[in-house]
Design a protein around this ligand. Sequence first.
Ligand SMILES: Cc1ncc(COP(=O)(O)OP(=O)(O)O)c(N)n1
Ligand SMILES: Cc1nc(C(=O)O)sc1CCOP(=O)(O)O
Ligand SMILES: [Mg+2]
Length: 206
Amino acid sequence: MKLDPFYLIVDSAEWIARLVPLGVKLVQLRIKDRPRTELCAEIRRAVAVCAKHQCQLIVNDYWRLAIKEGCGFVHLGQEDLATADLDAIRASGLKLGVSTHDERELEIALAARPDYIALGPVYTTILKQMKWPPQGLTRLSEWKSRIGDLPLVAIGGLNVERIEGVLAHGADSVAVVTDVMRHENPELRTKQWIIATAQARTHNLQ
Ligand SMILES: Cc1ncc(COP(=O)(O)OP(=O)(O)O)c(N)n1
Ligand SMILES: Cc1nc(C(=O)O)sc1CCOP(=O)(O)O
Ligand SMILES: [Mg+2]
């Protein structure tokens, strides 16, 4: 399986409706602390927008709702993974991405037979408090050599200027929140990300 090299992460279906039509091909809906009815409505809208624009949608955390709303891909952190019913996830045909931050988490993630592994935080992130110091680029290369053909997602503190470095160190896809969402013009920044990852996208298609 190939992932698009630009992996946008947003916190609402409204942002998906604004940014996906610009040409985003891989987007995560990462919503925290909302009632179930609202989550369902958000996921449903995101599924519809992404289907219209041939964009792969990945739902963060809520694997049951992802199945219910017909989203084919979920991202789980280690805590979510520990309580998730992997048999049910597989039986439903849901694809799975898993977060990792250290060796132990990588072992646990690989045992779940995921469709991608994410490593973070590559650089310092301001989005959330992290228990781990920045991993750095050498660690990305190490992860890539450990997981082989399994796609590797780089996350944490990434911006347009850092894309080339993370791709050169083994990342297949570069995930981002702040550099797009806190930009004064998120639409413009999204287009800059699409352009900055164009070469890797072409390479994916060959
Ligand atoms: C692509 C990607 N990588 C890592 C994460 C983080 O997941 P998690 O550790 O479960 O933390 P939350 O995002 O749920 O706060 C991610 N969401 N996406
Ligand atoms: C949500 C998340 N998970 C991480 C991990 O290391 O697992 S880093 C991170 C934040 C990514 O946001 P930004 O692009 O704003 O740094
Ligand atoms: Mg999570």
